[in-house]
Write a protein that binds this ligand. Structure first.
Ligand code: ADP
Length: 487
């Protein structure tokens, strides 16, 4: 029997993306279709999302007032052709029809009414899950991150009606949607919702907590991160709740789409290649050097594709940049984020012309070209729920050099002696994100690179690893079925 799941999220590739959340939400419907799950994705009606619905989108429901805003529910498709999946869009122009990003204006400042934008989104999602649209019924709700957390609180505190089982996935515990208690009356929830096992958090309101306290099950995007968030450094204030619900918490690693991330067929690459013909990467390497103004050299080209933030350890990488160059490495960096880090990397590039090249911005095609031509991808994150770029690195024979945390610990096999002898090593891991640990990892990588047989073995083992959605799609389907099928 096909299971009908409503997936509620604030981003989905290819329509709107600020991070890995969007990749996962965009990939899940197709991944689950193979497991007899029909997934409908509900997104806020940002201009870019509305624009894909065509001239006369079909309205399947109307709200006179959704937390005070008139709104409609529009139906469309996510993706194209045979792979297209059902999409619902909450069209509330007062909340979402604005220029800028999904959470803030063009300067990056959060919208002051984000509480309302995502409370209304949750309210609408709970209504849809509850059957407000004729002919649309669901067996389960899957909410993603704090922006969808209120869905599950509205469901749970609904005055009547059958409760659907629910799953919430934490893509990053660092973003929780905290607001003042003064907003509570405007949410339209009953008084008992403002409680320690409800949406209350240290005297205020937390949208993520609302979801975590109300969901039937909690998942996060790697088994290691699922363990780490029981501790204060990673749980970020919600570790107590995670510990209390420990038996309901699990980790499922994200997959990547092999149709998009495949060096054999990637249209962005000058020279496509396979694990059997790694020599072809040289043409991509030359193109990459030209693009970043790098000199030729006999050491590896390290690449970085990242938000430039503290989470990603970019301040520590900046400190280690001189060392990287000093031992014969080169660096090509693509990213944007903290202004101090952006200017710090510009300064490092100015100090090391021909050895460090920096591109500030967001550029999907360039990220493909970097993976196809770079030798090693650096991911020195302080915490990393799953991480996608190391998976792309594995698929492209661009060896990941990662901190041993979260999904990085779960997806990269360190090139220690035993793993190398067994031929299973796929990258370099290091413990603790500090100057010395990162500098040592960079040194190890340069030494490995200078041993061509060892390096080829790392590349090939990574390229043969399967990080498609096949396994993880099955894991989500099993979870849904455990919550919906009565034995
Ligand atoms: P997070 O979601 O924490 O930013 P992930 O590794 O899970 O980290 O996902 C980041 C996604 O965004 C990846 O698909 C990565 O390739 C992409 N990305 C990040 N920065 C850039 C950039 N500057 N240009 C192109 N793609 C980027």
């Amino acid at each position: 029997m096909t299971l009908n799941v409503l997936s509620v999220a604030s981003e989905a590739v290819p329509l709107v993306k600020t991070g890995g959340l969007a990749d996962v939400v965009g990939a899940l419907p197709e991944a689950l279709a193979a497991h007899d799950v029909a997934m409908t994705t509900l997104l806020p009606g940002y201009p870019a999302v509305i624009a894909t619905l065509g001239k006369k989108p079909k309205a399947v429901h109307k709200w006179e007032s959704l937390l005070g805003e008139p709104a409609r529910l529009l139906a469309g498709k996510l993706g194209q052709g045979a792979a297209a999946q059902a999409l619902l869009v909450l069209d509330a122009p007062g909340l979402y029809a604005r220029e800028g990003g999904p959470y803030g204006d063009a300067t990056g400042r959060d919208w002051a009414d984000n509480w309302k934008r995502f409370a209304a989104f949750g309210r609408a999602a709970a209504d849809v899950a509850g059957g407000v649209v004729k002919g649309l019924s669901f067996d389960l709700v899957h909410a993603h991150d704090w922006q969808a957390g209120m869905t599950l609180a509205y469901q749970r505190f609904a005055p009547a009606g059958p409760q659907l089982p629910s799953v919430i996935t934490i893509h990053n515990m660092a973003f929780q949607g905290h607001y003042g208690a003064d907003l509570f009356p405007a949410l339209g929830l009953p008084p008992q919702a403002m409680a320690i096992d409800g949406i209350e958090y240290h005297g205020g309101i937390s949208f993520l907590k609302a979801g975590l306290a109300s969901a039937s099950r909690i998942t996060t995007v790697s088994p290691t991160y699922a363990r780490e968030i029981r501790e204060p450094g990673f749980g970020m204030g919600l570790e107590g709740l995670i510990r209390a619900r420990e038996s309901d918490v699990s980790g499922i690693v994200n997959g990547i789409d092999p149709a998009v991330w495949n060096p054999a067929s990637d249209p962005a690459l000058k020279a496509p290649y396979t694990a059997k013909a790694l020599g072809k990467r040289a043409a991509n390497a030359r193109a990459l050097e030209a693009e970043f103004g790098l000199e030729r050299g006999d050491g590896p080209v390290f690449i970085v594709i990242s938000r430039l933030t503290w989470q990603k350890g970019m301040d520590v990488l900046l400190e280690a940049a001189d060392h990287l160059v000093g031992i014969g490495g080169r660096l090509a960096l693509l990213g944007s984020g903290d202004a101090a880090l952006e200017s710090g990397f510009h300064a490092a590039a100015a100090r090391h012309p021909g050895r460090i090249g920096v591109r500030i911005g967001y550029d999907e095609a360039l990220s493909h070209r970097m993976l196809g031509g770079g030798d090693a991808i650096l991911v020195p994150s302080r915490f990393e729920p799953c991480g996608l770029t190391q998976l792309y690195g594995l698929a492209y024979g661009c060896v990941p050099v990662v901190s041993r945390t979260g999904g990085l610990a779960d997806t990269v096999i360190d090139a220690n002696l035993a793993a190398r002898q067994a031929g299973v090593a796929t990258g370099v891991q290091f413990d603790g994100v500090r100057y010395q640990t990162l500098a040592d990892a960079i040194t190890r990588t340069v030494h490995l690179f200078r041993d061509p047989a060892a390096w080829r073995s790392l590349q090939r083992a990574g390229m043969s690893a399967d990080f498609s959605w096949t396994g993880s799609g099955g894991a989500y389907a099993d979870l849904y079925k455990s919550l919906t099928v009565t034995p």
